[in-house]
Design a protein around this ligand. Structure first.
Ligand code: ADP
Ligand code: MG
Length: 455
């Protein structure tokens, strides 16, 4: 098989891995050789190879086998520098210039925000929902050649975006003290910009922002709709990308979903690696609680925590990590004050308000989001008019789950699905009920989704 044949063949992988994964991970790899049962692929970086190998090997193997190739082993390698540059490779890899002439501590003049000393990679608990974001952040923190630009991290409140960005900054500062690393929120970016305009120091402003080696802007959704700030951000962004400087951006949603953000900025933001932090799952929450509890046990020696308490909290507090942490902090403070062991009962008393708030109802929006994610379609297609089967079916699944898992009426559900009529919703629900009788894959999907949604 030639690389061209592979090129055609791999397109079918879109169905298996989804469009996003396909463009990010499958398209850039090139079949270098097929030797007996071994297929060797060229990848742009070793991080890239590791990721593809860990996450898509099975798919690729199955796919090759299904097309008649008797391959049983895959190997991913980075071509050596002397070899001719392979085609299809994502981004050119250039070394970041060293700024050796700058003494350490030169960052004092940068208008960045203070870093939280607790937000390090050591204190970041990795689980399935944040695995890729963590791996990508680690990669950037190594400070090597820029492989994806920008790194765009997105996800809901309290899922660890800011934590990861600070961790990158700490790590870079430790490894390469001469590097100029600038972290700030989009709000601070706007504030500095407005201030510079007012003080007629816009040239200084531009110069400072264009002189950094790594720029990290947190919560970029904030500048949506703020036209001149967006404009300036866009120019800063382009200037740094042109100089091959690393940029890391966070937002509460994907670039394409940020309203009132200019299209050219959206598409620029999508050029690098876009990674989302998924809502936490039970295991991750437990892991985080265990880590924090360990910390508190050192702070409050002698304080006992009964078995099952952390487990209970991980089950019950599913909103976000910040709330989870707050609960534990309060629990330890309270227990040490009254000098009692932390039991289930004490936890229930002390955290009654948080537990009640966590018993909140599932929303239709959450269902749509999860289902869209699961089937790899856009959230906007959930409510949009497309009738293609691969869109319409997931939409019906979401309608069915909305009916099953929320107390909403059919007309109410219809409104949330782009103003559809209640008969359309009824039809969708019926269709899924019919299919459930025969389609085991659909049943698996529904079970999984229900589990995810109900935490
Ligand atoms: P975001 O910026 O996404 O809203 P933060 O980074 O501010 O969220 O995280 C909220 C809190 O939860 C912080 O105290 C952070 O340390 C903690 N946190 C989030 N995810 C993790 C994780 N995976 N491991 C440890 N702590 C976490
Ligand atoms: Mg944040």
């Amino acid at each position: 098989m030639t690389n061209e044949a592979w090129g055609k063949l791999r397109e079918d992988l879109i169905k298996r891995v989804g469009r996003n994964n396909y463009t990010t991970w499958i398209e850039p790899i090139r079949l270098a050789e097929l030797r007996g049962s071994l297929a060797r692929f060229e990848v742009p970086t070793s991080f890239f190879g590791d990721w593809v190998s860990r996450n898509f090997s099975d798919h690729i193997l199955k796919h090759l086998n299904a097309s008649g190739q008797e391959v049983s082993r895959l190997e991913f390698f980075v071509p050596s520098a002397s070899a001719p540059a392979p085609r299809n490779v994502a981004a050119p890899v250039k070394a970041r210039p060293k700024l050796a002439q700058r003494r350490s501590g030169a960052d004092d003049d940068l208008p960045g925000a203070a870093l939280d000393a607790r937000f390090t990679f050591d204190s970041f608990v990795v689980g399935k929902p944040n695995e890729l974001a963590h791996a990508a952040a680690r990669r950037v923190a190594e400070g090597g050649p820029v492989t994806f630009n920008p790194l765009f991290l997105y996800g809901g409140v309290g899922l660890g975006k800011t934590h990861l960005m600070h961790a990158i900054a700490h790590e870079l500062n430790a490894r390469q003290p001469d590097l100029r690393v600038l972290y700030l929120s989009a709000e601070q970016f706007m504030y500095r910009f407005v201030q510079a305009l007012r003080d007629k120091q816009i040239m200084d402003f531009k110069e400072i922002f264009r002189s950094v080696d790594v720029l990290m802007v947190d919560d970029v959704q904030f500048i949506a709709g703020k036209d001149s700030t967006q404009e300036e951000f866009f120019h800063t962004f382009n200037a740094l990308v042109d100089q091959n400087k690393q940029i890391v951006i966070s937002a509460d949603r994907a670039p394409g979903e940020i309203k009132d953000l200019e299209d050219r900025i959206k598409s620029r933001l999508q050029c690098g690696l876009v990674v989302d932090l998924h809502p936490t799952d039970y295991e991750l929450r437990l892991g985080i609680l265990q880590q924090k509890a360990e910390f508190y046990r050192q702070q409050y020696p002698g304080l006992q925590i009964a078995q099952g308490v952390l487990d209970f909290l991980a089950h019950r507090i599913t909103t976000n990590v910040r709330v989870l942490e707050g609960a534990l902090t309060r629990l330890f403070a309270f227990a040490s004050l009254v000098g009692r062991e932390i039991t289930l009962e004490l936890a229930q008393d002390c955290l009654a308000d948080i537990l009640r708030a966590s018993d909140r109802k599932l929303t239709i929006e959450e269902i749509q989001r999860k289902v869209a994610e699961h089937y790899n379609i856009r959230l906007s297609d959930m409510i949009g008019p497309k009738r293609l089967r691969n869109i319409a079916r997931p939409r019906q699944v979401a309608m069915y789950l909305a009916k099953q898992l929320t107390p909403r009426s059919l007309p109410e559900i219809g409104r949330r699905f782009g103003g559809r009529d209640h008969t359309t919703i009824m039809h969708g629900v019926k269709k899924i009920e019919e299919l459930m009788a025969t389609d085991s894959q659909l049943n698996d999907d529904l079970n999984l989704l229900k589990r995810l949604l109900q935490g």
